[in-house]
Design a protein around this ligand. Structure first.
Ligand code: PXL
Length: 270
């Protein structure tokens, strides 16, 4: 074990197989110690018809005081669904106060999908996220989030030049390496990676299904592999394959998330 300890900052949705309930098992499975900063406790995620929401903004400074007192530091950060602008400000504090030397900051903006914002988000949230992304080393937006961040209209028909233009401009405004997820080109689905002035692609078979929580699974597997020394392309390959395997394993009547458990278990048996 190489002793990497990541802090993942996301909500705790009690039901729904997303954010922390997915990030924790996946990060552990792929070999990094996962510490958590829950941003809020929800009854279930916001794709259900109603949800409760306990915002933890006021508790986080108390958590930070104790981390400081106990000399706790992290070798990387993975941010997912943050929920409130106040949480973003606290994330910046976490980078300043609890980073080991060179700890990468990986941010999935996690505010929308399929051309729409998730419930409860607006343009102020998007603008605050654009500012936070300047602190990232790697960002993992899907195409919806990329378009909102750039003020572009979302489209479902596009070519390589369009995607590369989006990735290039995101790098320009954030300074981060960019992984655009869910890019559909030539009949496949995958990621467009832009780093150090060069583009690369990782592609998986496109499955005729969609589920919530796949972005969270992708981000956790990507981050664990990357922290353990994989290149961004290798990390995308592992994470993309995991998402595809989980989608295949998910029953048709399981609409709120992906059933990743059997997939992780069968990997352990190999
Ligand atoms: O998977 C993204 C996500 C995370 N957390 C909450 C959500 C969603 C997507 O809807 O509602 C609370």
């Amino acid at each position: 074990m190489n002793g990497k300890k990541i802090l993942t900052v996301q909500d705790l949705s009690c039901v729904g197989q997303c954010s922390l309930t997915v990030a924790l098992p996946v990060l552990s499975h792929y070999g990094v110690e996962a510490a958590i900063l829950p941003t809020a406790v929800l009854s279930n995620h916001t794709m259900f018809k109603s949800w409760s929401y306990l915002d933890l903004t006021d508790e986080i400074p108390v958590i930070f005081d104790n981390w400081k007192n106990n000399d706790i530091k992290f070798s990387g950060f993975l941010l997912g669904y943050l929920g409130k602008v106040s949480i973003m400000e606290l994330c910046e504090r976490a980078f300043d106060e609890f980073s080991e030397e060179g700890a990468p900051v990986i941010i999935d903006p996690a505010f929308g999908d399929n051309g729409k914002l998730y419930g409860g988000f607006d343009e102020h949230y998007v603008a605050a996220m654009a500012k936070l992304l300047k602190r990232a080393d790697i960002i993992l937006p899907n195409l919806t989030e990329a378009c909102y961040l750039l003020g572009e209209e979302y489209r479902t028909e596009y070519d390589k030049d369009y995607i590369e233009g989006i990735a290039f401009r995101l790098n320009l405004i954030t300074g981060a390496a960019v992984v655009i997820t869910g890019v559909e080109l030539d009949g496949g689905i995958g990621e467009c990676i832009y780093k150090d002035g060069a583009f690369s692609y990782v592609t998986e078979e496109k499955l005729p299904r969609f589920s919530h929580g796949t972005g969270d699974i992708f981000a956790a597997a990507f981050t664990a592999r990357y922290l353990n020394g994989a290149s961004m392309e290798e990390a995308c390959t592992v994470a993309g394959r995991l998402v595809a395997d989980c989608l295949k394993a998910t029953g048709d009547n399981h609409g709120y998330g992906v059933q990743f458990e059997d997939v992780l278990f069968s990997q352990l048996k190999k």
